[in-house]
Design a protein around this ligand. Structure first.
Ligand code: TXA
Ligand code: MG
Length: 330
């Protein structure tokens, strides 16, 4: 299959037609790119699982234009309404009781459904023209970093899907916060932080732990290896990276680190082996560049080990460290 890449509104117009004819389409959102199907077309939903190689027990989230559209597929109570008003459109997915019209193929048999109202203009145009919620996971092959540009989607999905809508780089760069309002639990940290949710609701919010082998994890996707580049990832502080490289660890090593570390390494390691993810402490920039950096090293076949600089776990730093830990998991 030939994969077209079309920008912006013309991409959204063609994308909506393809969705309505039962096809699947990659589209930009402010978090990461999604791979979408009309939520109630079971055959199209199956195509998503096939194209990604996604485990069959990992449910999809639904993307709605607004809370009114969300209400058509989920029960939106006062608390959910309040959260939508505070954080949507934007990077928050709410786990809500599903309505009967949501196929079991979307939720993998769960009685709940994840619903998000994205803010990216092109995503909104696509959903508006499609006229119904769009079921979409991230547009990567299962186990690979989520794509934050049309080019990254192309690398994983070329030949497998008819269209990639190009809406430039994703602004946030990490997947949405997933929040189960019933249990006040963050299932996946993102740009909407625990503190922001606590401020909005005036209640204590918890993080879900990784489920043990015999339990059903809170977010089914949490038990799978995620966000993994081909090379092994080792998490290190700035000083450790500089020490290791200075004392000779350089062949086959890639470094994903701040501008300050990159500068200290100049002359010690080939410049192309260092990917600068932003200035130290600029957590928004680092979140935005993280997956691009991990995917960059996949293109350097000689790199077998990546030294990744850790960040402070505050604000979106919690989400950055969550993804780095997953990338480093054996
Ligand atoms: O930012 C995002 O959320 C992106 C963009 C495209 O919107 N989407 C995304 O989808 O990251 P995906 O499929 O890669 O991650 C969705 C996660 C999975 O871990 C899945 O297990 C979890 O949401 N999930 C979906 N439905 C759920 C449910 N009913 N209960 C608990 N977890 C659920
Ligand atoms: Mg994903």
């Amino acid at each position: 299959m030939k994969t077209l890449v079309i920008k912006g509104d013309s991409g959204a117009a063609l994308g909506a037609e393809l969705l309505q004819s039962g096809e699947i389409v990659a589209f930009p959102t402010e978090t990461v790119y999604g791979l979408g199907a009309l939520y109630d077309n079971v055959l199209a939903v199956e195509k998503i699982y096939e194209a990604k190689g996604r485990p069959k027990d990992n449910p999809l989230i639904l993307h709605a234009y607004d809370a009114e559209m969300a209400e058509k597929v989920a029960f939106v109570d006062d608390k959910a309404q309040k959260l939508f008003e505070a954080f949507s459109p934007g990077p928050l997915t709410l786990i809500l009781p599903k309505r009967d019209n949501v196929p079991m193929k979307v939720t993998c048999g769960l009685s709940t459904v994840g619903v998000r109202i994205p803010s990216h203009r092109v995503a909104r145009e696509l959903i508006r023209l499609a006229g119904a919620p769009v079921a979409a996971p991230s547009a990567n092959l299962s186990g690979r970093p989520s794509p934050t540009s049309a080019k990254m989607v192309y690398e994983d999905m070329s030949g497998k899907i008819p269209l990639i809508i190009d809406g430039d780089d994703s602004k946030t760069g990490l997947e949405s916060t997933i929040f189960d309002a019933k249990t006040n639990t963050v299932l996946r940290p993102g740009a909407v932080t625990k503190e922001m949710l606590e401020d909005c609701l005036g209640e204590k919010i918890y993080f879900a732990g990784l489920a043990g082998k015999d339990e059903r994890p809170k977010a089914p996707g949490m038990k799978y290896r995620h966000y993994a580049p081909r090379a092994e990832v080792r998490l290190m502080e700035a000083g450790e990276i500089v020490d290791c490289i200075s004392s000779g660890a350089r062949s086959a090593v890639g470094v994903l680190a701040s501008a300050e570390v990159k500068e200290k390494l100049s002359g010690l390691i080939p410049a192309e082996n260092v990917f600068c993810y932003g200035k130290t402490g600029d957590l928004e920039a680092i979140a935005g560049n993280l997956y691009k950096g991990l995917a960059y090293f996949d293109s350097l076949t000689e790199v077998k080990l990546i030294f990744a600089q850790t960040v402070e776990e505050k604000g979106i730093g919690v989400a950055i460290m969550n993804r780095l830990n997953k990338a480093a998991a054996k």
